[in-house]
Design a protein around this ligand. Structure first.
Ligand SMILES: O=C(O)C1=C[C@@H](OP(=O)(O)O)[C@@H](O)[C@H](O)C1
Ligand SMILES: C=C(OP(=O)(O)O)C(=O)O
Length: 454
């Protein structure tokens, strides 16, 4: 289990004066997990810089070490991984504990599948609630045995890889980079071609990293919004240096804060602008946000830019369901922005939000209610009725349900509400954005953690 969470740490955000300055948010979480995993599967040393040292990623590092890779921290964000090669993992001695992390646990189930070893996966109370059948189903088709699992195929669970995996063509029932990546990572250990088809394209960091480490992978369009990814199994992965760009999902918090706190002007440096991650930026621009990309460049195979954002007058928009995979983690903070827009913002097709660290659709709705904002849920759609700048009232206490993004979103909201807004526990912010409080305060955000009234 994670070390935190036992004692909740409440915090209070107060209406702040204009936010000003530059900030570099930590490395991308998706790329960080994958850089450790691919480093562990390559033969030789992979050097990583800019790794996110959040709890989720540190758990992946520990699990890679337990499976036989040598993982060393050289300095801040600087890591070295000596990999054991595809098929070279050893059986771990203890349970692999992934804490709060869906990505780490699901990707590493795929990683383990290609080795004839058994491994037990576990996590905290939030992760134990999340669906794992979506990973077990394709892995079982490839020959993996589920030796033990909690009800509904949940954690804790024990997997055993077969002597010889069967390559498959898998059409994923949901657009999920975690499902796609688990099948492709398993496919590394299978002879022949493994194919994943997704009807809507999800983030492509695994495909990019497979190619970066020397695997043969092809990506073709599939239907209007989908992709077909095919991997040739059993490659020898060659170590390749990785520079992790700043995480757009973390950048979303100072970005929305700057939009809703009047007079703000903030520069967020080196943010990854991979088109499969920019749904929030597209949506906010449609809402009228003053967001400019400066110094656009390519770093470590990913497009990045400095993002300049100034407080803006926002207008509600309709966010199409097919945009969801490119902004799946950003809906809570978009809902916050929407309360400061004029008119309705309709966010369509949010069923996947129900199976994140919390039921995010409900947690966002309950948080908006605590802040006195107007919203309604229609099926899997969330509709927020904003009241323009100076929007919501604040005043309540938001339940975060072990969910870092709920905590950060509502702290951002409280920077612009009429009365302060409290969140019940900020300890899980350390899973993805450990420097959140310090960096937001540097910009001028008023967030208190001590002596928060009960
Ligand atoms: O592959 C990844 O790194 C991630 C994929 C997304 O999950 P799903 O694949 O479940 O949509 C996202 O929510 C998560 O934060 C990171
Ligand atoms: C959903 C998230 O992560 P994970 O699935 O890795 O727990 C997230 O970071 O918002």
């Amino acid at each position: 289990m994670s070390s935190h969470g036992a004692t909740p740490v409440p915090a209070l955000a107060r209406r702040s004066a204009a936010l000003k300055g530059r900030v570099r948010v930590p490395g991308d979480k998706s790329v960080s997990h994958r850089s450790l995993i691919f480093g562990a599967l390559a033969v030789g040393e992979t050097r990583i810089s800019g790794l996110l040292e959040g709890e989720d990623v540190l758990n992946t590092a520990k699990a890679c070490a337990a499976l036989g890779a040598s993982v060393t921290r050289l300095g801040e964000g600087e890591w070295s991984v000596h990999g054991v090669g595809v098929g070279g993992l050893r059986a771990p001695e203890g349970v692999l504990d992934f804490g709060n992390a869906g990505t780490g646990s699901r990707l590493m189930m795929g990683m383990v599948a290609g080795n004839p070893i058994a491994a037990t996966f576990d996590g905290d109370a939030s992760l134990r609630r999340r669906p794992m059948r979506r990973i077990l189903d394709p892995l079982e088709k490839m020959g993996v045995e589920v030796l033990d699992a909690a009800e509904g195929g949940r954690l804790p669970l024990t997997l055993k890889g077969p002597q010889e995996l069967v390559p498959i063509t898998y059409e994923s029932p949901v657009a999920s980079a975690q499902i796609k990546s688990a099948v492709l990572l398993a496919g590394l250990g299978a002879p022949g071609e493994t194919t994943v088809i997704e009807k809507e394209a999800s983030r492509d960091h695994t495909e990019r990293m497979l190619a970066h480490f020397g695997a043969e992978v092809s990506v073709e369009p599939y239907g209007a919004h989908g992709r077909k990814v095919t991997l040739k199994g059993r490659p020898e992965l060659k170590p390749a240096p990785i520079h992790v760009p700043a995480d757009p999902s973390s950048a979303a918090f100072p970005l929305v804060a700057a939009l809703i706190v009047p007079g703000s002007d903030v520069l967020i440096e080196g943010v990854m602008t991979n088109p499969l991650r920019t749904g929030l930026l597209i949506t906010l621009k449609e809402m009228g946000a003053d967001i400019a990309f400066e110094n656009e460049r390519v770093e470590g195979g990913e497009s990045v830019a400095d993002i300049r954002v100034r407080a803006s007058t926002l207008t509600g928009v309709d966010v199409p369901a097919e945009r969801a995979p490119s902004m799946i983690d950003e809906y809570p903070v978009l809902a916050v922005a929407a309360t400061f827009a004029t008119g309705e913002t309709r966010m369509n097709g949010l069923s996947e939000l129900r199976v994140k660290e919390s039921d995010r659709l409900q947690a966002v709705a309950d948080g908006l209610a605590q802040a006195g904002a107007r919203y309604r849920i229609e099926g899997d759609d969330l509709i927020v009725t904003g009241t323009g700048t100076g929007g919501a009232a604040g005043g309540g206490t938001v339940a975060t349900h072990m969910d870092h993004r709920i905590a950060m979103s509502f702290l951002v909201m409280g920077l612009a509400t009429d009365t302060p807004l409290k969140v019940d526990d900020i300890s899980f912010i350390a899973t993805s954005f450990p420097s959140f409080l310090a960096q937001m305060r540097d910009l001028g955000a008023l967030i208190e953690t001590e002596a928060v009234p009960a």
